[in-house]
Ligand binder design. Structure first.
Ligand code: PBG
Length: 327
């Protein structure tokens, strides 16, 4: 048969396949989540996330060394504070768990890039992401507290802040406060399209941040909506976001693709705890090839438009990229 174009011609050997890859990945684009527990000494396995650990402040540098050993050079910090209260006040304590972790890491590894998640759910006794008014989160009362947290992280020396609370107007409030305080070069990565997702289950166990009543549907996005994500992103762009994020990743690749097409900013995707746990559980049951499935899922997220990826598999993915299995 006479064919003018044979796509298979470019699949005939590994060399031509690697030459023609449309998606190029690098360990530089990986961000590893680190959970720091103020009450812990050493490390403790996280039951809901097989292979992941809580780190005490005395061992947070161990987490960094493990990253560096695999070529992962960036992390995002989550804190488990020793005490919680109604307003989450330990979140903006200059001696809080994340602030201490930032200082410790930056003193020992000044070139390791430290992002801090800005939210209140790990710090409030009720587990919601803001200040409550009755049973609802009061958006505007929460903004000054998010600003306090942001400035406190900035003073501790963080490299980037990533607000995950989903309050309206937070990016603008944080940008203004950072600029006024002289942190004009500190970037904000906005969790712009963060959905009210069941895929956060294992994280909430790990971070002790499950809401004690109700759910987060009043502030996180409805999974039925994709165009709404464009409105959320547009607001964050207008308010001064430097990087936009879609979260979760795998069930929201359409949203990621649309946001990437619509906005001229770097896109981050967060491959969340449930995505990780799902592969781990299926592999533990002997149902799938864990390594290949991890690689293919991450690849699909990049192909959909992610410029960077927050993932619990960052170290293993960095190895896969170096081996050439992906990337
Ligand atoms: C804090 C926050 C959450 C995640 C990241 N930041 C939990 C939530 O919104 O309930 C989830 C991450 C994951 O599931 O891996 N608001």
């Amino acid at each position: 048969m006479e064919l003018t174009h044979r796509p298979r011609r470019l699949r005939t050997c590994p060399e031509v396949r690697s030459l023609c890859r449309e998606t190029r990945l690098s360990p530089d684009s990986l961000i590893y989540p680190i959970f720091v527990d103020e009450t812990l000494q050493g490390t403790r396995p996280i039951p809901s996330l097989p292979g992941q650990f809580h780190y005490g402040l005395d061992s947070v540098c161990q987490a960094v060394e493990e990253c560096l050993a695999h070529g992962v050079t960036k992390c995002i910090l989550f804190g488990l504070p020793a005490r919680k209260d109604e307003i989450g006040s330990s979140a903006w304590d200059d001696n809080g768990v994340v602030q201490q972790a930032i200082r410790t890491i930056k003193e020992t590894y000044p070139h390791f890039y430290v992002i801090a998640d800005v939210c209140m759910c790990e710090y409030t006794s009720h587990g919601h992401c803001g200040i409550l008014c009755g049973e609802h989160v009061d958006n505007d009362a929460t903004l000054p507290r998010l600003v306090d947290i942001t400035l406190s992280y900035a003073r501790a020396g963080v490299d980037m802040v990533a607000p995950s609370d989903m309050m309206d107007g937070r990016i603008g409030a944080m940008r203004r406060a950072l600029d006024e305080a002289g942190f004009v070069n500190l970037p904000i990565m906005a969790y712009s399209a963060k959905y009210a997702s069941s895929f956060y289950g294992p994280f909430r166990d790990a971070a002790g941040s499950a809401p004690s009543f109700g759910d987060r549907k009043g502030y996180q996005m409805d999974p039925h909506n994709a165009r709404e994500a464009l409105r959320e992103c547009a607001l964050d762009v207008e308010e001064g976001a430097d990087i936009l994020m879609v979260k979760p990743a795998l069930s929201y690749l359409d949203v990621l693709y649309r946001c990437k097409e619509a906005f001229n900013l770097p896109m981050c995707a967060y491959s969340v705890s449930g995505e990780y746990a799902m592969i781990k559980a299926a592999a533990a049951a002997g149902l799938v090839d864990e390594y290949k499935m991890m690689c293919e899922s991450a690849l699909s997220i990049y192909r959909a438009g992610a410029d960077m990826l927050i993932t619990y598999s960052a170290k293993e993915l960095a190895d896969a990229m170096k081996r050439g299995d992906i990337g």
